[in-house]
Design a protein around this ligand. Structure first.
Ligand SMILES: Cc1ncc(C[n+]2csc(CCOP(=O)(O)OP(=O)(O)O)c2C)c(N)n1
Ligand SMILES: [Mg+2]
Length: 798
């Protein structure tokens, strides 16, 4: 090896030690020094140490600014230590690790300031999003955008037990279909999970699996000490012994150290000539060092493996490691949440030569000269361009989207028509929309959009049906210009792709306006990935249709019940359930702008965090409703966005208000008509977003508690004129709790109608009757909610 290479290696080795020290010290400080009394905040010393070598090699040598990395959640302390050395993380944040406002337990794009590319935490998701991010990078570049920027590799640092998560295999399949490139998964193969040491050796399975999906597999098994020992007389026997050694025994011996290694090796190999000499020629310490010299802890082996890649095919590195390497916790099966004792830390500190009181100093006890280290750190390629977050110019959005014509229409049909209209034009909006769906493109009405805008594929592919002149309503032309990404049936993949598309402005500097469609009940299938996308502040529109028991003949397996509550509770996602298509066009128009907001500028509404923007969830239906003939003026438009408006304004003597959300509008209106025969001034409140109504209400409550006595939310204003004695009937095709809280706003008595049990097959009327969300049930509920004698009406309920 040339001298410069040697110097480089020595520098990396010194940094590797420093990283291990700083990450261990960060956790130790948080648990033993910072807390008052005996409060422990935890941390994962062993899991972090496992990746210290691989991450040192990547961040200080291999990575380039265009690369994007998902770091295994428990390696967060190593990540923060590296960023600290690179000048991107503060000592303050490290000292406050796992504290309020401190460096995060698991790397977080939104909460950490040190340039986290992908948040991680829920294992499996960070891994898979890298492959979708790579697809997004291709999408953006093949559109001719972002050409002046380098192409990056999307890299995941993966725990081996993380590979038990099924979503990883869904992503692998999808990657294969989409001709995935520029993706590296580096597996920290320490053969330990949280609970235990793996009893089976999975290496062969991983190897086969990745190769079958078109990945290159590079195994980093032995370090240079072991490789040299294998060449000695008896070396082959030692190699065989290691290859045959069960994971648990290997871990146990690693934990016990040199004497235990010697005893076991001599027991097994002692009378076999040269190999005994090989063992005997080493001291206990040397033997322990030799036997744990796995590839993932050997910088030359790791660097060679990374540098050997000269293509853009997806590549999986299986790096053999020891969980807790370099620490006294190494190899112990219970080390996952193990913390070093103060005594162990003291020994570790002394062994490195770090002086007491100098623990945080970046250059303390490092072998190379300080000026050389500084010079080296300044020249680290990864850090050459500073912070690697981009922003993108705003995509122009028309002030209003036209509402499609039609007297009778469903919101799902309306959605298809609105997108079709956008697709016909040449606007910037049309150019930047990208749609995706897990095999329900046609059945969620994205067909017309796809016919006009085509499917995305890295290389052009013919539409064989068209070429064979088989008539079909769907024209599935695939090309790099296409704007629809068709996915297989895996909702996790949908949300991971939406997450990656929705971060394109930040990851690749190009704004996309992603729209994903799926059947509403299957949101639950991908819920963790949806939450993950929102947690990273990805921006997208989720169109969930059809929904509810209104999907009557399809039966209980396809009918969603709890999704409105998901919409209500999911942070980062503004949820709407419009009844009419003019509401939908208003909401969609607003959404394209909302997606692009970044917290700058004037607060756009006092009680919602609207200036920050976010993603949007639209719960739509296939049920056709008679459409209102009206113009949406600015006031009505604002009310629709804020979550509700009076469809039938209550008079001064109002005794009953019917508040409905979504597709039961017709039933609510009919019930109001019947009730009005006997009760005066009935009000009908059209709720377009229970989510935004309740968020506004909670915010106003908080503001008042903090002294802003004039704070008043939209729902409070709407309900202000209603007498306290009046009753409120709430109704939706979904869980009643979505709206029942409306009674708490001003203390009105509530009868909450909705669906609480699984649906079944039948007609819409059968099911509305069965679940008590039809006209008759609304009238009965109004009776129960309002004072006085029973409501009398003349017309029959249909
Ligand atoms: C979805 C999910 N389930 C469970 C956990 C809890 N958990 C955290 S780490 C871990 C085991 C990780 O093992 P591995 O990936 O091999 O990493 P190592 O600790 O060995 O480095 C588990 C079960 C989690 N973070 N996410
Ligand atoms: Mg592991």
């Amino acid at each position: 090896m040339a001298t410069t290479d040697n110097r480089h290696l020595k520098m990396l080795e010194a940094l590797e030690k420093k990283v291990l020290w700083l990450s261990s010290w960060t956790i130790h400080n948080a648990n033993h020094i910072r807390p008052k009394g005996t409060v422990k905040v935890g941390g994962h010393q062993a899991s972090s140490a496992s990746l210290a070598t691989l991450m040192t090699a990547l961040y200080f040598d291999v990575l380039r600014p265009a690369d994007r990395v998902a770091v295994k959640p428990h390696a967060s302390p190593v990540f923060h230590a590296i960023q600290y050395l690179l000048g991107n993380q503060t000592r303050d944040k490290l000292e406050n690790f796992r504290g309020f406002g401190g460096a995060q337990s698991y790397p977080s794009r939104t909460k950490d300031g040190d340039d986290v590319d992908f948040s991680t935490g829920s294992v499996g998701l960070g891994v898979a999003i890298t492959s979708f991010a790579s697809m997004v990078q291709d999408y953006v570049r093949l559109k001719g955008w972002s050409k002046d920027r380098d192409e990056g590799r999307m890299i995941a640092l993966v725990g081996d037990a993380e590979l038990d998560e099924g979503n990883i295999y869904e992503a692998l399949m999808e990657g294969w279909k989409h001709d995935l490139r520029n993706t590296w998964w580096v597996i920290d193969y320490n053969r330990q999970s949280l609970d235990a040491v793996a009893s089976k050796n999975l290496y062969g399975q991983f190897d086969k699996l990745f190769r079958s999906m078109g990945w290159e597999v590079i195994t980093i098994k032995y370090g240079h000490l072991l490789e040299a020992a294998f060449k000695e007389p008896g070396g082959e026997a030692l190699r065989q012994w290691i290859d045959d050694c069960p994971n648990q025994l290997y871990s146990a011996l690693t934990f016990q150290g040199g004497a235990a290694w010697r005893k076991r090796l001599l027991d097994d190999l002692g009378d076999q000539g040269p190999v005994s000499a090989l063992i005997e020629s080493r001291s206990d310490d040397e033997l322990a060092r030799l036997m744990t010299n796995l590839g993932g802890h050997d910088l030359p082996a790791v660097l060679e493996a990374f540098r050997s890649v000269d293509h853009d095919r997806p590549t999986c590195f299986i790096a053999y490691t020891v969980k807790g390497y370099g620490l006294p916790l190494a190899g112990h099966k219970d080390n996952h949440a193990g913390l070093m004792t103060p005594e162990q830390m003291e020994t570790f500190r002394a062994s490195l030569g770090v002086r007491e009181g100098h623990e945080w100093e970046p250059f303390e006890a490092m072998a190379p000269a300080r000026k050389d280290i500084e010079k080296f750190l300044e020249s680290v390629p990864f850090n050459a361009e500073g912070r690697r977050r981009y922003d993108a110019a705003r995509v122009e959005v028309p002030a209003k989207l036209a509402t499609p014509e039609g007297e009778v229409m469903s919101t799902q049909e309306g959605f298809g028509k609105i997108l079709n209209e956008i697709a016909r034009g040449k606007s910037q909006l049309a150019e930047r929309i990208v749609t995706t769906s897990p095999d329900v493109t046609v059945s969620t009405n994205l067909g017309p959009w796809v016919n006009r805008r085509g499917l995305f594929s890295r290389t052009p592919l013919a539409d064989t049906f068209r070429d064979q002149q088989v008539p079909s309503a769907q024209k599935w032309m695939m090309s790099p210009e296409g704007q629809h990404i068709e996915l297989g049936i895996a909702e996790m993949n949908l949300f991971l792709l939406l997450g990656a598309l929705g971060l394109s402005h930040s990851l690749f500097g190009e704004r996309l306006l992603p729209i994903g469609t799926l059947y509403d009940p299957f949101i639950q299938r991908g819920l963790d990935a949806l939450n993950y996308a929102c947690y990273q502040d990805a921006r997208f529109i989720l169109v969930a249709t059809p929904s509810g028991v209104t999907l009557a003949p399809e039966g209980g397996a396809h009918q969603s019940v709890s999704s409105p509550l998901i919409g209500l509770a999911q942070d980062g996602l503004a949820s709407f359930e419009p009844a009419f298509v003019d509401e939908l066009s208003t909401i969609l128009g607003w959404s394209f702008d909302y997606l692009q907001r970044n917290g700058e500028g004037e607060p756009s509404g006092p009680w919602l965090r609207d200036e920050k923007g976010g993603s949007v969830y639209l719960r739509l239906s296939t049920r056709q409703l008679e459409q209102p003939k009206r113009a949406i003026d600015d006031d009505l438009s604002a009310d629709i966005i804020n979550g509700a408006y009076w469809l039938r304004r209550p008079g001064p003597n109002c005794e009953v208000v019917i508040a409905y959300q979504g597709v039961v509008a017709g039933e609510a209106i009919a019930a109001a008509g019947l009730i009005a025969e006997d009760r005066r001034d009935v009000g009908v409140l059209a709720v377009t977003s229970a989510d935004r109504l309740s968020a506004g209400w909670h915010a106003a409550e908080r503001a008042r508690q903090e002294g802003d006595v004039s704070a008043r939310s939209h729902i409070e204003n709407l309900l202000a004129p209603i007498d306290r004695d009046a009753g409120l009937v709430t109704v939706l095709d979904g869980h009643p709790t979505t709206l029942s809280w409306l009674g708490s706003v001003r203390g009105h008595r509530v009868q909450a109608l909705g669906v609480e049990h699984f649906g079944q097959t039948g007609t819409v009327q059968d099911l509305y009757g069965h679940h008590r969300i039809g006209t008759e049930a609304i009238v009965a509920a109004a009776n129960a909610a309002s004072a006085g004698r029973p409501i009398r009406y003349l017309r029959a309920v249909t």
